[in-house]
Ligand binder design. Structure first.
Ligand code: BES
Ligand code: MN
Ligand code: MN
Length: 463
């Protein structure tokens, strides 16, 4: 009998071709003109899960994009794992600097380039193939497996919490595996144990009833674009900290033990420059870059617009200006409380010369998972098998709000077992998935199921 890991090695070309197929579906969740494509991506995911040997596979509707659920429960007495990922992707336009069409996957050197390659179709695919190879090799799986692959992660998973509440027993598991993060390098795997939360707002400032001639009225009417900038500028202190009253009240300080651990995985200024291309790093100077990204909250302007932005010049005093503002949150900040604090701060800052409105777009809780569980030991062993190195433990700056939902709903370990790389270009042009990460990832995902299958359900649930 050929073992699963041997099978994985002999299927490399097949994997690459199949993944290219998946990546050519533009399942952009935020653009409704792509609704048929998200449906197609859901169907593709479901078909693959059937091919992998899952005995029940369902495309379950939500008010927006469907959830793909699958299960194989043929190992009574063994633990049950729930594997989470997302088949939706961020928008991508060729003009944004892509060297090849974002939805015509292309291999260049050791990487597969396409939107969603790393975030998150590549990682979903890794888990499906791990299961399929185990099934093909052994005719069975070492434990019970459930999949929850959603299509709304990139828009804040608006329908996922209600879906989990409504299907609490269906989705119940002894351990949850989330594959939607990055490791340090193909030779240095890492496990994320902290993710930041998020609150996303839109701030609109209005002045005159309509656009005005800036010669006829400039200097007599408070320009909304200027007023918006004044408000935004006042939301930070000169030292880079956020100037919203009460913003830091619930921020859990980083204790000395964790600071020492985080120092070992800090990033140099030079590496940060390489990753970002920015002339210099910025932020709270008393915290390291790793601490700033992993354990400190932020307030960011994602976009700002108003007035004339076309070619050439047009002298105009705009009637309104808008900004999209989001905060990354850390324990124990609550996204709804932070929204209220920002509203209060804007109310204090807004001059009587304008009117304003804050609209909330989404909220997500942060997550911090224990690193000393038995389940975590399985993840460590799996990376050692797949990548040949002991993983580091890291806190990441991104958000996967469902992690907090899983942890709260089931009170079981959630393992953030990812296969991307920091320079994969997620959400940006030329997103890629490293081929070594793809193949080593499948080995790791298979090894993780083997490891988890050796333990008792009760012992795995311990946090
Ligand atoms: N895979 C990312 C989350 C992520 C990014 C984890 C970087 C670790 C490091 C996920 O797809 C994502 O982009 N999430 C959004 C969440 C938001 C839309 C609620 C994010 O972080 O902006
Ligand atoms: Mn993702
Ligand atoms: Mn993403």
């Amino acid at each position: 009998m050929t073992d699963a890991h041997t099978l994985i090695d002999t299927h490399r070309e097949k994997f690459l071709e199949e993944l290219k197929d998946y990546l050519s579906i533009p399942s952009i969740s935020t653009l409704s003109e792509h609704n048929a494509d998200t449906q197609r991506a859901a169907a593709w995911t479901a078909a693959q899960l059937r091919a992998a040997g899952m005995t029940r596979v369902e495309i379950m509707p939500t008010p927006k994009h469907p959830v793909v659920y699958a299960e194989w429960l043929g190992a009574p007495g063994k633990p049950t794992v729930l594997i989470y990922g997302h088949y939706d992707v961020q928008p991508a336009e060729l003009e944004a600097g892509w060297l090849s069409d974002p939805f015509k996957p292309e291999v260049r050197e050791d990487n597969l380039y396409a939107r969603g390659a790393s975030d998150d179709k590549g990682q979903v695919y890794v888990n499906i193939k791990a299961v399929q190879m185990l099934m093909q090799a052994n005719g069975t799986l070492p434990l019970n497996v459930k999949f929850l692959i959603e299509g709304e992660e990139e828009i804040g998973s608006p329908n996922l919490d209600p879906f989990i509440t409504a299907n609490k027993e269906l989705l119940r598991a002894d351990v949850v595996v989330v594959s939607d993060t990055a490791i340090q390098s193909p030779d240095q795997p890492s496990i994320v144990y902290g993710l930041r939360g998020l609150v996303y707002l839109e701030l609109e400032v209005r002045g005159p009833k309509q656009d005005l001639h800036s010669g006829g009225f400039g200097g007599t009417v408070h320009n909304p674009a200027q007023a918006l900038c004044e408000i935004i500028a006042a939301l930070h202190h000169p030292d880079g900290s956020v100037a919203v009253d009460g913003f830091y009240d619930k921020v859990r300080p980083i204790d000395e033990k964790e600071r020492t651990a985080m120092a070992k995985t800090d990033v140099s200024d030079a590496e940060w420059k390489r990753l970002t291309g920015a002339p210099q790093s910025w932020g709270e100077a008393q915290y390291t870059l790793r601490e700033r990204v992993g354990a400190r909250p932020t307030l960011e302007v994602n976009g700002i617009w108003g007035g004339f932005t076309g070619e050439g010049s047009k002298t105009v005093l705009p009637a309104k200006a808008t900004a999209k503002i989001s905060c990354r949150l850390v324990p124990d900040q609550d996204p709804y409380e932070i929204e209220a604090l920002i509203r209060a701060q804007v109310a204090k800052l807004a001059p009587p010369t304008i009117t304003w409105e804050v609209r909330a777009l989404n909220h997500g809780h942060c997550a911090l998972v224990p690193i000393d569980s038995l389940a975590m030991e399985c993840a460590v062993a799996a990376y050692e098998r797949g990548f040949g190195a002991r993983p580091l433990f890291l806190r990441e700056g991104g958000s996967i709000p469902v992690v907090a939902t899983f942890a709260q709903t089931y009170q079981v370990p959630v393992l953030l077992v990812g296969y991307g790389l920091p320079d994969d270009g997620a959400h940006g042009p030329n997103e890629k998935f490293n081929l070594e990460c793809l193949y080593r990832g499948i080995h790791t995902a298979a090894a993780l199921l083997e490891e988890l299958g050796k333990r008792s359900p009760d012992s795995l649930r311990v946090l």
